[in-house]
Ligand binder design. Structure first.
Ligand SMILES: [Zn+2]
Length: 183
């Protein structure tokens, strides 16, 4: 049994429809789709457009799956875990050497201060890492649901319409796609 071609719910045409995940992957070729997958053009009508679309790159960025940045950003984690902690540890080690060879109170204070600084950096890096892990774990079911939905979205290049194959009433455009996947 041949299932019908997917039509854009706005213009009712099949020739400018492309799977959102294929656009996001940078696929330049237009295909004809059914609910079961893509079909070869064969003796069907010629696809909407060929060649490079100048809007393809911003469009594929807009239609890409919206990955979340997790609260405590990666930059902060790298700054504390990979730069500030080792730097303050080296400083503490140097101050330790100085305090051993010349145990004046100024050198001892410097040693204590750099030790405290190292501990603070380690603590911040740990908290960042724990927060990221926790947010990822809490976010995982929502992200997976949204990703599954996103994989069923189609886009009509003629009228900037994003739609769900199984429910033609659910439509958006490339800027409001996130409302369809709730993420
Ligand atoms: Zn259309």
């Amino acid at each position: 049994m041949h299932s019908p071609l997917l039509r854009c719910p706005r213009c009712g045409q099949v020739d400018a429809v492309q799977k959102v995940s294929a656009i996001s992957a940078g696929n330049q070729a237009y295909e004809l789709y059914t609910r079961g997958g893509r079909v070869s053009h064969g003796n069907e009508r010629k696809p909407f457009a060929t060649g490079r679309n100048p809007y393809q790159t911003p469009l594929s960025e807009r239609l890409a799956f919206p990955e979340r940045r997790h609260g405590c950003s990666l930059v902060l984690l790298i700054t504390f875990a990979a730069i500030l902690t080792p730097a303050s540890a080296i400083l503490a080690w140097m101050n330790y050497g100085t305090a051993v060879s010349d145990p004046s109170s100024a050198h001892q204070t410097a040693l204590l201060l750099t030790l405290a600084l190292t501990l603070v950096c380690v603590a911040i890096a740990l908290i960042c890492s724990l927060m990221r892990t926790r947010q990822r774990r809490l976010d995982k079911p929502r992200r997976e649901r949204a990703l599954t939905l996103w994989n069923t979205l189609y886009y009509c290049h003629r009228d900037d319409t994003v739609f769900v194959a199984d429910n033609p009433l659910q439509i958006a455009n490339s800027r409001t796609m996130h409302t369809l996947i709730g993420y």
